[in-house]
Design a protein around this ligand. Structure first.
Ligand code: COA
Length: 337
């Protein structure tokens, strides 16, 4: 049998640079309450959200991704030509095909980098970081750009009381590349397809279009969520996953500097922090208050805010925990670039 060359990657991988793009338009609770018969007080108490960002027509999935990626590359000291692979985590690129990643790779100026989208909703960014670190270590890419991006305003029903005040738009990006020391801990990930319907697109596209005999609804199939069930699952099961990710990285809560869970809802973040018994010194990401829930974009946006505000420093350990529709989850400890 002819022997094939074995792929050879770097010994370790880490995040080399982070970038974020927040749409310009700030939308306070007062702008969303009327259509759902709610109040600023109710929204803040139940979700911790005070305002969010909504994208303008020009702030497309591609535009926001390119902006966040350019910042991440600049901070990593790399050119687009050095990117071998672009992984885009999103649920709001509204073309069934092709993926948005090749267009982003092209606009950035990569030299034909491999490019594909992944669909793991709010856990998408952590799935992307896990894949990227394995690619760098496995030898299939030296530098991988991981993007989490959403324009959820395109798929939210603003008259739905359970979702209208939660979701928002934005993009975050991270460049993952080779490192002397381990900078991305082992991923702890999984899914629970029994709860497939908890957060989902309301109808199948075929039901929207219909047939000659049975016309479809013709209405954009919006995102729908069983809020109570999701809340319970996230608050209890995800604290265990977070602890497993610490164990897998070989560190304890005392070694942790930053806790950056998916920015779903402040009460979920608080419940996880309580159940993990996080010590006082651990800084907790609370970006949801000003950014809303941006699904795949929420973790890189939240981490970037901690860095920009001076609450996170290069070399800090950060626990990332992504969770959401699927149900899917992924968590890992990373070193802040
Ligand atoms: N504004 C005002 N009142 C509202 C409301 C709204 N938007 N939505 C529901 N209510 C009312 C209900 O009518 C109900 O009133 P009642 O007690 O008089 O019957 C009460 O508030 C409680 O309703 P419920 O649906 O049980 O709300 P909740 O406490 O579960 O809160 C969510 C709703 C959506 C805030 C909560 O379930 C949640 O945060 N879930 C997780 C969502 C999430 O983070 N998802 C993202 C995961 S990726």
């Amino acid at each position: 049998m002819t022997a094939l060359s074995a792929p050879r990657g770097a010994a370790n991988a880490r995040i080399l640079g982070l970038g974020a793009y927040r749409p310009a338009r700030v939308v306070p609770n007062s702008e969303v309450v009327e259509a759902i018969d709610s109040s600023d007080e109710w929204i803040q108490q139940r979700s911790g959200i005070k305002s969010r960002r909504f994208a303008s027509p020009e702030e497309t999935v591609q535009m926001m991704s390119v902006a966040a990626s350019r910042t991440a590359l600049e901070r990593a000291g790399l050119s687009a030509a050095q990117v071998d692979c672009v992984v885009v985590a999103t649920i709001s690129h509204l073309l069934q095909l092709p993926a948005v990643a090749p267009a982003i790779a092209h606009e950035l100026g990569t030299e034909g980098a491999a490019a594909f989208d992944i669909s793991a909703a709010c856990a998408g960014f952590c799935h992307g970081v896990a894949l990227a670190a394995d690619m760098v270590r496995g030898g299939s890419a030296r530098h991988v750009l991981v993007i989490g991006v959403e324009r959820l305003t395109d798929i939210v029903d603003f008259s739905d009381r359970g979702t209208a005040f939660i979701f928002a738009d934005g993009a975050g990006a991270a460049v993952v590349g080779p490192s002397d020391e381990p900078g991305v801990g082992p991923v702890v990930w999984g899914s629970d397809g029994e709860q497939f319907d908890y957060i989902r697109q309301r109808e199948d596209w075929r039901d929207v279009i219909g047939t000659d005999d049975a016309p479809g609804s013709g209405i954009m199939p919006h995102l729908t969520m069983q809020g109570n069930e999701v809340f319970r699952w996230a608050s209890f099961a995800m604290a265990k996953v977070a602890q497993q990710a610490l164990d897998a990285a070989g560190i304890g809560v005392d070694d942790l500097d930053l806790f950056v869970p998916h920015q779903a809802n402040m009460r979920i973040t608080d419940a996880m922090a309580r159940s993990m018994k996080l010590p006082e010194h651990v800084r907790i990401a609370r970006d949801v208050a000003e950014q809303g829930n941006t699904s795949a974009a929420s973790i890189p946006l939240a981490l970037d805010r901690l860095v920009q505000d001076g609450d996170a420093r290069s070399g800090d350990t950060a626990l990332l925990v992504g969770f959401g529709a699927g149900l899917s989850y992924a968590a890992q400890v990373v070193i802040v670039p």
